[in-house]
Design a protein around this ligand. Sequence first.
Ligand code: PRP
Ligand code: URA
Length: 209
Amino acid sequence: MSKLVICDHPLIQHKLTYIRNKDTKTKDFRELVDEVATLMAYEITRDLPLDTIKVQTPVAETEAKVISGRMIGLVPILRAGLGMVEGILKLVPAAKVGHIGLFRDHETLQPTEYYINLPTDAPNRQLIVIDPMLATGGSAIAAINALKKRECEHIKLMCLIAAPEGVKAVQEAHPDVDIYLAALDERLNEKGYIVPGLGDAGDRIFGTN
Ligand code: PRP
Ligand code: URA
């Protein structure tokens, strides 16, 4: 079974409180999502493999570490996942970025794919699927299905807030995908919104509705 990691660093939790607050305006919301994404990137990259190389300091030659292994690819789920991309790129600036466009039908809650564009070397990369919200899990599962259909196998999922229903659904559909969250909330309401959650992530990031 995959790992479920709750990133409980105090800075993440503090910022998440302001992200949740309904009175936080678009500009601050966007900045806070960006900052939390950077802090979560620190956690999700914690197990990157290291190689040892020799380096000459001004004083002596020594052995030192460099990151090795697969290059990283970020795959935001449009729209709301876009709000986390820049924050992660601050820590992994060489990452390539693919995009998967999905929207949830408001009645059925089923995701519909409307766009996909991945780096050509995506199958060789450690991919991180990004979406602030993991509600029913339908969008994340569809995004991961789309990646696996294109031979991508090394996939992690990063979300700000999840409902237990969404975590369970992703773990059942994709037991190989580790999930990183800032918070695991109580439940979904009858409209498929996470309770207490933060409302509609896309609308709050982009100032729509
Ligand atoms: C939201 C959110 C996720 C999805 C989560 O996107 O950003 O992608 O819902 O719900 P699920 O786990 O039940 O699938 P939405 O479909 O509202 O699109 P948007 O980002 O374009 O607003
Ligand atoms: N999508 C959102 O943006 N918010 C939720 O609470 C659930 C799905």
